[in-house]
Design a protein around this ligand. Structure first.
Ligand SMILES: C[S@@+](CC[C@H](N)C(=O)[O-])C[C@H]1O[C@@H](n2cnc3c(N)ncnc32)[C@H](O)[C@@H]1O
Length: 315
């Protein structure tokens, strides 16, 4: 059962997301983002609320309830699986490259060059409280516009701007970049794509972007949206290597292709008119703007993030 404290935390988080979406509609996304990042009191309160929900409720819930899988453990398992099979992915891509692009010269890439370090370099974007710190196999860099503790760097990943210290992420290419419950925070599909393109620049070839986004609906109900993400990201050089729908989450792993042509070709072959050209989330299709409250009238699209919070809180 949800305690009144959990309800209060979840309601506060929902209200911050909703206000940002409303402001983006009223002021434009750039101005709304600027205003949002300047409201230090609100961001501080958000960070604390998010950490409390995640640590004291979600992670505990995942241990007690079979249906509620920990997003942190899912990402860790997916990373281990991917890097154990790194050569398989590389060989598959090289085969496609040789078959489809005969005249192209293959670039020699030795995967060991990327994997010889004793730890995998992991960038956790929108980390909040640095949940990946507990795994010894990662050398973690955690960033957030609203860090919950001083292990997390204050950094706006959307605009690639350090917010208090001088952090230069470009100097350190990563094996893994994590977007856990990040993309639906951003009110605009172009902002979501910008974050993915920023991640692309910071990844090593063959490195992975893991994306977790909430949704308590049946796997098929948002099929078009997540197929569209796969196509949009393939156009920009990402190949989806893992997708899993858990009871409350969509979990995805995208590999930065060694050969951009291979990813682009996949997008070209699979693109259809029925797919969106942008990285939408269900909330983008809401027709009637809410009035900064939870009175959402739209019947045909639910706010999946709100549902996620509710499901977790109510379980
Ligand atoms: C819903 S919370 C998820 C926190 C954590 N990743 C987790 O899974 O528990 C989303 C986080 O993304 C952060 N965030 C949103 N936009 C960001 C940006 N442009 N750069 C860095 N962090 C951002 C927010 O401050 C917030 O802490």
């Amino acid at each position: 059962m949800a305690t009144p404290e959990h309800q209060e935390l979840a309601n506060f988080i929902k209200s911050v997301h909703q206000t940002l979406r409303d402001d983006a509609g009223a002021l434009g996304t750039k101005e709304a983002w600027k205003t949002h990042c300047q409201d230090q009191d609100k961001l501080k309160k958000y960070a604390s609320a998010m950490q409390q929900l995640a640590v004291h409720h979600w992670e505990k819930n995942a241990l007690l309830n079979d249906k509620a899988v920990s997003r942190v453990l899912w990402i860790h398992g997916a990373c281990e699986e991917y890097f154990c099979n790194f050569n398989k992915h590389r060989e598959k891509e090289e085969r496609i490259m040789k078959t489809c692009f005969e005249n192209q010269k293959l670039i020699h890439i030795d995967p060991q060059e990327y994997l010889t370090a004793s730890k995998l370099k992991l960038l956790d974007v929108g980390s909040c409280y640095n949940p990946f710190k507990k795994f010894e196999i990662y050398d973690v860099t955690a960033v957030d516009i609203a860090p919950a503790n001083n292990e997390v760097l204050k950094y706006d990943f959307l605009n690639q701007t350090p917010l208090d210290v001088t952090v230069k992420l470009q100097q350190t290419p990563f094996d893994i970049i994590v977007f856990s419950l990040l993309l639906e925070y951003l009110p605009d599909p172009d902002q979501r794509l910008t974050c993915c393109l920023n991640a692309y620049k910071l990844l090593k070839p063959g490195g992975i972007l893991t994306i977790i986004t909430p949704d308590s609906n049946h796997v098929g109900s948002k099929h078009r949206i997540f197929k569209s993400w796969q196509i949009v990201l393939a156009r920009h050089g990402f190949i989806r290597v893992k997708y899993e729908k858990l009871p409350y989450l969509h979990c995805m792993v995208f590999r930065k292709a060694l050969f951009l042509e291979v990813a682009e070709r996949w997008a070209h072959v699979h693109d259809r008119d029925e797919f969106y050209k942008k990285m939408h989330i269900p909330q983008d299709f809401r027709q009637e703007k809410s009035e900064r409250s939870n009175k959402i009238e739209n019947k045909w699209v639910e706010d999946s993030f709100l549902q996620e919070l509710d499901c977790n809180v109510l379980n």
